[in-house]
Ligand binder design. Sequence first.
Ligand code: GLY
Length: 268
Amino acid sequence: MKPAIILHGGAGNWKSNKIDKAKKLLEQAADIGIKILKNNGSSLDAVEKSINFLENSGFFNCGIGSVAQADGKVRMDAGIMDGSTLKCGAVGAIENIKNPISVARKVMKKTEHCLLVSKFATEFAVKNGFKKINIKPRKTKKTLDTVGAVAVDKKGSIAAGVSTGGLGNSMLPGRVGDSAIPGAGFYVNEFAGAVATGIGEAFIRTVIIKNTVDMVQECKSLKEVAKFSLKTLKQKTSCEGGIIILDKNGNYAAYYTTKAMPWVYKRG
Ligand code: GLY
């Protein structure tokens, strides 16, 4: 089976000079993922490592590029899921850790739980060897959002992951968005995986990503599925957003109702 990966850098009101840089970084992240997949690595590894690259870039609203909540502190969310087992791990409102997606993966691997939050997530990370660092909040940029990835490996296993600094200073301290919530911000099964970008509360209220992945089994075209989901999101919540989907055969869709959403797809 030919492996594949799709990544996005957030749906929003992107300026063209920023979008070129975003696409370049997403290309580099996709190269990291595809290299892992070509060398028989797992889709989970590809998703985690390509998102690590974006978290470390400082360019996107995740990892060291995260924005702050209303009290001036950076609290991040991330989630990762394995479609072949339906196992998932997530962290909500984690502080001072460079790579929340890797902590989320550790939650999945080392615990019986799906989600750890706030100082307990940070403590879990430190206990598991993650270094605490001081993350300086970047200026709120309404154009930049979550990063996300979906990959399928040579065995046909699909994984999905997301990482975000959230929505900026409109967020009450302790707010957790869709990126920590399976079914809302990310979901994957043995047939397909999808991730969301946009206002987290809208995706949580509609649980749109679980529905999106379920619809793939009904043999609809992936673009139609994404389009339908975002139309529903708009009807029910008045919010715009973006979705990427990948199925086990490497078919994909990237669809958004915002001005722009940088994304990249690569097949091995
Ligand atoms: N979609 C990112 C968030 O709302 O936190």
